[in-house]
Design a protein around this ligand. Structure first.
Ligand code: IMP
Ligand code: MG
Length: 174
């Protein structure tokens, strides 16, 4: 086992099965449409890559990179866009793809920000949901797993930029 890893919370196989299931649901819900999936870097990069390959529709991909202003101002929900979308989303069916929803401040901001750009529809897909620490209520349309209030890493999620390449979700020794 890798240095610092406590235990595996969600196995590679469980993730694979769940991602397939989410892809099927999205394929069904958007039948006849061509949704734009917006991945939130860097955390959702790996989830996004696997998810889109389970969607049997002509989708397009775009990415955003954001960072919070820091721990002090985090409760304000102020986040900074580091990399914005490449193209307009006006009139598009948009699905935000996030790795984890914790307080909800990040996706709350994204839903407001992208919602103001007049998409035809806007939904949220997250691999993980940590409802214990929620500050902002957000409607999650597609969810992989609920997890308890533990800091987790792997499958794109980091601790100080490490562990993103683990193929499973694990808790850290702290
Ligand atoms: P929120 O704004 O509090 O919902 O935080 C969402 C962001 O915080 C995610 O996009 C992650 O980057 C990070 N985050 C929250 N919980 C965890 C965790 O358990 N492991 C790794 N990153 C986390
Ligand atoms: Mg992080």
């Amino acid at each position: 086992m890798l240095e610092g890893i406590d235990s595996v919370l969600i196995s590679e196989e469980d993730i694979r099965v769940k991602v397939k299931e989410l892809g099927k649901r999205i394929t069904h819900d958007y039948e006849g449409a061509s949704p734009l999936l917006v991945g939130i870097l860097k955390g959702a990069g790996i989830f996004m890559a696997d998810l889109v390959r389970e969607i049997r529709l002509p989708v397009q991909l775009d990415f955003m990179s954001i960072s919070s202003y820091g721990p002090d101002t985090k409760s304000s929900g102020a986040v900074r866009i580091i990399k914005d979308l490449d193209e307009s989303i006006a009139g598009r069916h948009v699905i935000i793809v996030e790795g984890i929803v914790d307080t909800g401040l990040t996706v709350g901001y994204l839903l407001r920000n992208l919602g103001a750009r007049e998409p035809r529809s806007l939904k949220l897909c997250t691999l993980l949901d940590k409802p214990a620490r929620r500050i902002v209520e957000v409607k999650i349309d597609y969810k992989g797993f609920d997890i308890p209030d533990h800091f987790v890493v792997g499958y794109g999620l980091d601790y100080k930029q490490s562990y993103r390449n683990l193929p499973f979700i694990a808790t850290l020794k702290i």
